[in-house]
Unconditional design. Structure first.
Lengths: 252, 252
DNA sequence: CGCCGGATTGACTGAATTCAACCGTCGTGG
DNA sequence: CCACGACGGTTGAATTCAGTCAATCCGGCG
């Protein structure tokens, strides 16, 4: 694959959206080839971020949106009492920065959880392009809509699920996302700490640890440090869907 | 005011967006007069909804977005175990249905909490118009961005606030929204039940009731049935901001 | 007048947080 | 190369906040 031609120097590499394996997950989802070319025209590639490096910071002006090409990113904002609230974890193909579209400045801070390469979409140019390319405009709107839907799914979770169900949901969701990206849905590495998971799910990190142990004792999964194997996905799913709702799939 | 000329038959009345007192809160926020006229061209006015009537239902195709002209609307979706999760309460000037933009069908169900008059924006026409009117496109995007920000604020609340803080936040938020709309920020009527409030905040209705009592004993507020008077807004605010974060204001 | 739904209040229960000790791994520096 | 410290994770015990169950109240409506 083209994008592997220069693995040591990704920053100089122009991966075309058309060739990108993530196309179907990313903004270009349903663009016509010509529209895709236009979009590619504004994409910039930056030096990969190292673990812990900040992509953008809350309060900064909305200069650009960022698509993850590889790696993963944690998005969080300050909470009352000096704490933080993790708002989400983003994987390749996800688009970051949309939270800033309302106020023209980021409301969250985005940090790389591992070495992460990014495609940058300068916002002003993206907006101009949207005005010219109806398909892009539509896809962008759709993407925002899906973000809204995903956040609602999260609200639903925090609103009425117990610790056990939350962690099960979390694992299932991650599993699906990895699967969509061509990784194994049954064996993957968590790029975030227990602390981050707990914070994201509205739980104490000890609770996360205990629930992991609980799932493991039950034989549903194995966990070793950051490595998770899922043995009985259906068992986890049964936990989540007492009666059932179709999940508003993950997005951005 | 024009919109009061025919109070018994609002459905036949065309309230122009330009004359609407809610203009600054609604989609037309920063449109040029000419853009405003174009937007007005697609707005349809429907018969007012009675309490309990459904505006749209989860799963229905996204035919239109709806702006509330007067009244209030509850938006909810089914939760696991046959329950419901209340996703939000909407006041005049708010735009509903954006959750459907991701999938082209509504993910929530919207129900009038009282007699409510609505402006309907057929989605196909709105999309076409956005393509033609850059200002509208920008405002619409901004609006979606603000919805994302508001949902994040809600996630933050459900993620790490205690019952007391949640209800205080809720009251402060309502107070601000009423204020923006020209109503008293210190005395207003709740159009939703304790059950709805609790569900929305991720609390049992009894907890809501108790926290109301608690605030009342402390002298911060008075509650009688659905009528709330706030005596010490600052006390409520102090509860919410241990250290402080600026709230991502309410929206859609 | 009596019923019904919404709201309040109380007692009890339990799930999850908090506090605390402990373990294992990794990275650093002697 | 090994020792040490730091960090992340696990585990246990005690506490607490909020949920559940249940009785009662209140106002509105038939």
């Amino acid at each position: 694959m083209l994008q592997n031609a220069d693995p040591l120097n990704l920053c100089l590499l122009k991966v075309s959206c058309a060739d990108c394996t993530l196309r179907e997950l990313c903004l270009p989802r349903r663009l016509e080839p010509i529209e895709l070319t236009q979009l590619e025209g504004i994409v910039r590639h930056r030096r990969p971020l190292q673990r812990g490096e900040v992509l953008y910071r809350r309060g900064e002006p909305l200069r650009a949106l960022y698509a993850i090409h590889s790696g993963s990113v944690k998005v969080h904002m300050p909470a009352s009492g000096g704490g933080e609230q993790v708002m989400g974890f983003h994987l390749p193909g996800n688009l970051l920065g949309l939270d800033g579209c309302g106020t023209d400045s980021y409301t969250c801070t985005a940090i790389a959880l591992e070495t992460t390469s990014i495609c940058e979409l300068p916002y002003a140019r993206l907006e101009s392009l949207c005005a010219l390319v109806p398909g892009l405009n539509r896809e962008f709107r759709r993407l925002m809509g899906r973000v809204i839907g995903a956040e609602q799914a999260m609200l639903l979770m925090l609103g009425n699920k117990k610790a056990e169900e939350r962690l099960a949901s979390f694992l299932i969701h991650l599993s699906r996302r990895y699967c969509e990206r061509g990784f194994s849905p049954l064996r993957f590495n968590l790029s975030m700490s227990r602390h981050d998971i707990g914070n994201y799910l509205g739980l104490a990190l000890e609770t996360v640890s205990r629930q992991f142990a609980h799932f493991q004792e039950a034989g549903w999964i194995s966990v070793d440090r950051r490595e998770v194997s899922i043995h009985q996905l259906d068992a986890l799913e049964k936990l989540v869907t007492h009666t059932l709702e179709e999940e508003t799939g993950n997005i951005a």
